[in-house]
Design a protein around this ligand. Structure first.
Ligand SMILES: Cc1cc2nc3c(=O)[nH]c(=O)nc-3n(C[C@H](O)[C@H](O)[C@H](O)COP(=O)(O)O)c2cc1C
Length: 388
């Protein structure tokens, strides 16, 4: 016979009550009424964020999400809510990506929000651009919304904490996720400091590559941002050869080399593009990220163009660059006989855009601007559409 002491029975009752409470609150948490309430709250928060300065809103939103995710039950809820589902994993370069939808470089430059981005369902996140030394970037304001075009213009100028601090953060993240088979993969997007002359730029890439090597899953060499003076000149064939072959040499000394990709500008002319493709084939590059922000503003609607004069210099992203970026994906795919993997980036905001890029030769896709306009459910939405 089981003897239950009074204290035991109160513990038992307490446990039962707590179980009841949890299941009831879980029910409340997941009920449609509650989801509707969350959706209304989200629309409200979004309106408020769009009134704020774009860069401030970015950090405010991500820091708020971080605070929410500090509480494990809320983190589980966010993960559940934005779960993009199974069976979409991609095997590439010997790596297994949870799904083909990544977050493009520049969103989490300093590897501050990996846990939160993982909860939002991203298959992978490209951190950076990271430079050897920390730098502040250009004067603020430097990020502008063009809601009528679902676009952004930015002239951030590689503001980042520098490779040492970012490496420390990644080291910590790796340790925390040692046993997490479902962890997102991390791309390390690397660049040069503004003060480094182009002649010695390869050394900046060298430093970042060596320091980040153990903590990222693949590398992207960024020579295509329009906001670091002279950087795009490094897209010229011989400059690229110096930077890329140096990294490949270091890579070859490692037990398990990491994929090295090159990110190109959407504004390259056809002969420049042909040069990049020829070099990529010649040196056996692992992949291309197609493409970065654009200097071309002719694809904007008229009011956008007027506002743009006031905004000043910067790279355009979002819907207006989608057509050009997709054309480049098709061009590169065709001219490499689809032998060099492509990550498509530029104006992808729904499953249809993603499909078109994948059909055109991309192995995976990335989003950035659409995350701002379509909201945190974007990965789930695209993945759902890709399954159909
Ligand atoms: C504010 C902002 C900052 C960015 N910073 C970087 C960066 O540091 N390095 C980089 O390679 N690309 C950067 N990009 C470009 C994006 O990674 C992406 O290639 C581009 O925005 C096109 O994609 P989208 O139309 O989905 O935004 C940045 C884009 C934005 C909007």
């Amino acid at each position: 016979m089981l003897h239950v002491k009074e204290s035991d029975s109160s513990i038992a009752n307490d446990t039962v009550n707590r179980g009841y409470f949890y299941s009831k609150s879980c029910y409340r948490l997941f009920s449609t009424d509650y989801l509707l309430f969350l959706w209304i709250m989200y629309q409200l928060i979004r309106r408020i964020l769009f009134f704020m300065d774009a860069e401030k809103a970015h950090y405010f939103a991500m820091n708020s999400l971080k605070r929410i995710c500090n509480v494990s039950v809320f983190r589980s809820f966010v993960t559940w809510l934005f779960n993009p589902g199974r069976n979409l994993h991609i095997q590439l370069w010997g790596l297994k990506f949870r799904n083909p939808v990544g977050l493009a470089a520049g969103f989490d430059k300093n590897a501050l929000y990996l846990r939160e981005l993982q909860a939002l369902g991203f298959g992978y996140v490209e951190i950076g651009t990271v430079t050897p030394l920390p730098q502040d970037g250009n004067d603020k304001p430097r990020l502008f919304r063009l809601p009528e075009d679902k676009a952004l213009i930015n002239r951030m100028g590689f503001n980042n904490d520098g490779v040492d601090i970012v490496t420390e953060r990644l080291k910590h993240w790796r340790k925390e996720n040692e046993n997490n088979k479902n962890r997102i993969l991390i791309g390390g997007n690397i660049g040069k400091n503004k003060v480094t002359p182009n002649e010695t730029a390869y050394m900046d890439y060298d430093v970042c590559f060596r320091k980040l090597f153990d903590y990222v899953d693949y590398f992207v060499v960024n020579v295509s941002s329009p906001n670091t003076p002279g950087l795009r000149e490094l897209q010229e064939k011989e400059s690229l050869r110096v930077i890329l072959t140096n990294l490949q040499k270091i890579n070859a000394t490692k037990e398990t080399p990491k994929p090295i990709l090159l990110k190109i500008a959407p504004d390259l002319t056809e002969p420049q593009l042909d040069d990049v493709i020829a070099l990529a084939k010649e040196i056996d590059l692992d992949g291309l990220v197609v493409a970065n922000t654009s200097l071309d503003r002719t694809t904007l609607s008229d009011p956008g163009i007027l506002r743009c004069d006031k905004i000043g210099a910067g790279g355009l992203s979002g819907v207006p660059v989608g057509k050009r970026a997709k054309e480049l994906v098709y061009y590169v795919g065709r001219n490499t006989e689809n032998k060099i993997p492509i990550i498509a980036s530029g104006g992808i905001s729904n499953a249809d855009d993603a499909k078109k890029n994948l059909v055109g030769g991309a192995s995976m896709i990335q989003v950035w601007t659409a995350f701002i306009y379509e909201g945190p459910g974007i990965v789930k939405k695209i993945c759902k559409g890709l399954k159909n």
